[in-house]
Design a protein around this ligand. Structure first.
Ligand code: CA
Ligand code: CA
Length: 179
């Protein structure tokens, strides 16, 4: 008996351009298998609970933010296309601009194109947990805002973000390097 079952074609899913540039067909096929494995209830979508079984993600306090960004149709779960599109941004091969944009979106919770003082606070709180007292955390936030917000409108634009992101610890914490 030949094991033909692992050769299922990937062509059924229409891939966005950046995905087909990032991953080879073979990689997409492997990711598809991975997706199926994670999809415990087999409904073709990954819930947050199912995603939490990924080893790199279990410890990731930003999981809810990540799913919120990747879930482009807003149904609270990730279908394969959303999943792989997300991975293409995390991938080491993913381009720098996409990564930068992705990390910006992590902070821009209300998706208005700016990071406000309270958004920065909320996201940093997810990352540091109880390690900092609220007052200390607010100090970090205020300092970061002060250094990043160069035009003084009390919010961080993508432009301001991308200028400082590389020189600043707070923004350094990239989410997942590889899944
Ligand atoms: Ca979705
Ligand atoms: Ca915002």
């Amino acid at each position: 008996m030949m094991a033909m079952s692992s050769k299922s074609p990937v062509s059924k899913v229409s891939m966005p351009k950046n995905v087909s540039q990032t991953f080879t067909n073979e990689e997409i096929r492997r990711l598809q298998m991975r997706f199926k494995k994670l999809d415990k209830d087999n409904d073709g979508k990954l819930s947050i609970k199912e995603l939490m079984s990924l080893p790199n993600i279990t410890n990731n306090p930003l999981m809810y933010r990540i799913v919120d960004i990747l879930d482009t149709d807003g149904d609270g779960e990730l279908d394969f296309e959303e999943f792989i599109q997300g991975l293409s941004q995390f991938s080491v091969k993913g381009d720098k601009m996409a990564k930068l944009h992705f990390s910006f979106q992590i902070y821009d919770i209300d998706k208005d194109g700016y990071i406000s003082n309270s958004e920065l606070y909320q996201v940093l709180k997810m990352m540091v947990g109880e390690n900092l007292k609220p007052k200390e955390l607010q100090q970090v936030v205020d300092k970061t805002m002060f250094l990043t917000d160069t035009d003084g409108d009390d919010k961080i634009s993508f432009d301001e973000f991308s200028k400082v992101v590389e020189s600043m610890d707070v923004f350094q914490k990239m989410v997942v390097e590889n899944i």
